[in-house]
Design a protein around this ligand. Sequence first.
Ligand SMILES: Cc1cc2nc3c(=O)[nH]c(=O)nc-3n(C[C@H](O)[C@H](O)[C@H](O)COP(=O)(O)O)c2cc1C
Length: 231
Amino acid sequence: MKILGIVGSPRKGSSTDLLVDMVLQGAVSRGAAVEKINISDLNLAFCTGCMECRQTGVCRITKEDSDDDLAMIIEKIARAEGLVLASPVYMRYVPGQFKNLFDRLVSQIIITPGKNPPEIKCRIQGKRNSIVIAACGNPDIKMATETLEFLKNAAFVYGNGGTVVSELALGGLMLPGQINLDKRKLLNLASNLNIPEPAVDNMIKQYKSIKEQAYQGGQKLASMKVDTFSK
Ligand SMILES: Cc1cc2nc3c(=O)[nH]c(=O)nc-3n(C[C@H](O)[C@H](O)[C@H](O)COP(=O)(O)O)c2cc1C
């Protein structure tokens, strides 16, 4: 079983990055081979909306720029039997860099006209189950609703209708890698934000719990049969 994690946070070592690591560690414990891509490592020009891909199935930028990473990502998705899509919430949605990846991946979608709702198929063969993760600054995870919907839709399309095995959301995140910070640093953050001290113990419990859920989600993802997987 091969599992690909894609981290949509532009900052490395971020909470979404760390949660993807936890999922992948869980998957490895069940024998999976794993790989992770960080959006900030990619060379992806913006989609120009030329719509050439609707005719050809190939993005024009891919043809013109040999340094562009879209073809490499398509190849990695094609090889994967499980997907982990993780994103911070930016303006209630996914960061622009991450959104652009999916704009570019529209080249891999075939929409059958005349159907209501429209029938969407993916050119990248194979069914993939998935895990989606969203992290937001607001303590209320309702702020992550649209981001999770975006990720679930992407997981459904690029997983060819595979199951979303686990959906994780965490709020109240400000600092890079906050879910791994020690109590002293969290107390410092709480004091800067006027958060009462006792709330820090709850934060620590919450972070422990979501990391466990991520790890267990990875185990589940790696253990599930993807019966219709074909290359
Ligand atoms: C440009 C920008 C926009 C943001 N917009 C929101 C938002 O709309 N709602 C929210 O709750 N948090 C928002 N945040 C906070 C991030 O969602 C939060 O810091 C999150 O933890 C970042 O995830 P990361 O630590 O994995 O990078 C925003 C942060 C940035 C930098």
